[in-house]
Design a protein around this ligand. Structure first.
Ligand SMILES: CSC[C@@H](O)[C@@H](O)C(=O)COP(=O)(O)O
Length: 353
């Protein structure tokens, strides 16, 4: 079985409310761009690829209902601008917005009203299929690359945050690599960090691992270095919210320290991400805007206070891993590349390893 975070059937969009997992499985209807914006901002839907898909599908829902009248171009532009502002670090929504706007403007030279709406809806609906196909390729390339270092053995993977079906249209990125290894019968075990403060690992990856029957063990973030020393970790595989031109990668906070610990233990460190998470317009990780989230995410868990009242809080949602620490490679739907090869690979000047 594969979990479904996004349900879209002919103009009706539902998302699995991930704030309620794993206690409750509740799908919520998204009827408008504003519903989509709020679901993204509040993290009912999260994960870089899923954010872009839900954002764009919320626009498709309104367009199906006739939004924008005879001239939908301004409506589409304003909606995309609003959706992009919901969460700044993941690049996928901004990139989808740019590409969709370019498509809309080209189409609008020949079409208007209903015809234009239909074309734009068609473009958006293809995102779902494209993302799942890309993730399958990422899973396959990543698994083969990791296994090439250990020709006969099963492997033990350490992963962070949630990068599975719940963070994408399906299959997953880093967890897609784990899924592929499991399908090949070569996954000995996956260790998932709980991923404080939001616990995407404990709530979502653990939920997905149990649902899919992966051999999986949950650890706290602070146990990761010890697990690397004691548990025979073959590789660390994480997702990405934005990979920039030199290969520096923004991902869920805690990733950077995993990469440092992996380097110390001589364990290959991989980033798994579709090319839609790559942003060649930024040269280095220093240029990435890091989202800071409300203090309550640290000071309480499920509404129960756990910190001393009055303490100051710093809550960056992401950190940047320097490309020098990404020693295994960047796994994309085009193949596995070293950070130094990424630009050439994405611009078609280099083929897969
Ligand atoms: C597949 S997205 C990359 C992930 O590793 C991770 O950073 C992520 O899921 C994003 O976190 P989020 O839960 O949206 O704040």
């Amino acid at each position: 079985m594969t979990l479904e975070a996004i349900r879209y059937r002919a103009g009706s969009l539902q998302i699995l409310n991930q704030l309620l997992l794993p206690r409750e499985t509740v799908y919520e209807e998204i009827r408008s761009v504003q519903d989509g914006y709020e679901a993204i901002k509040s993290m009912k839907v999260r994960g870089a690829p899923a954010i872009a898909i839900v954002g764009c599908l919320s626009l498709a829902v309104e367009l199906r209902a006739g939004a924008g009248g005879d001239d939908p171009v301004s409506f589409i532009r304003e909606s995309l601008c609003h959706l992009t502002s919901a969460r700044p670090t993941a690049v996928n929504m901004g990139r989808a917005a740019r590409e969709l706007m370019e498509f809309t403007e080209n189409e609008s030279m020949e079409k208007g009203g209903e015809q234009l709406r239909e074309s734009v809806i068609g473009w958006i609906e293809e995102m779902l299929e494209r993302d799942v196909n890309d993730n399958r390729k990422i899973g396959n390339y990543g698994a083969q690359h990791i296994l090439s270092g250990v020709p006969r053995d099963s492997v033990t993977i350490l992963t962070h945050c949630n990068t599975g079906s719940l963070a994408t249209a399906g299959y997953g990125t880093a967890l897609g690599v784990v899924r592929s290894l499991h399908a090949l019968g070569r996954l000995k075990r996956v260790y998932c960090t709980e991923t404080r403060p939001y616990n995407q690992g404990a709530r979502l990856t653990a939920y997905e691992a149990v649902a899919e029957g992966f051999p999986a063990t949950l650890i706290t973030d602070s146990m990761a270095a010890l697990a690397m020393r004691e548990k025979g970790i073959t590789a660390v595989v994480v997702g990405a919210d934005r990979v920039v031109a030199n290969g520096d990668t923004a991902n869920k906070v805690g990733t950077y320290q995993l990469a440092i610990a992996a380097k110390h233990h001589g364990i290959p460190f991989y980033v798994a991400a579709p090319s839609t998470s790559c942003d060649l317009s930024l040269e280095s990780g220093r240029d990435i805007v890091i989202e800071e989230r409300p203090p309550e995410e640290l000071t309480s868990i499920n509404g129960v206070p756990v910190a001393a009242p009055g303490i100051d809080v710093w809550n960056p949602a992401f950190d940047v891993t320097p490309h020098q620490l990404i020693t295994g490679g960047i796994i994309t739907e085009l193949g596995v590349f070293l950070p130094s090869e990424l630009q050439a690979a994405l611009t078609g000047r280099l083929t897969a390893l």
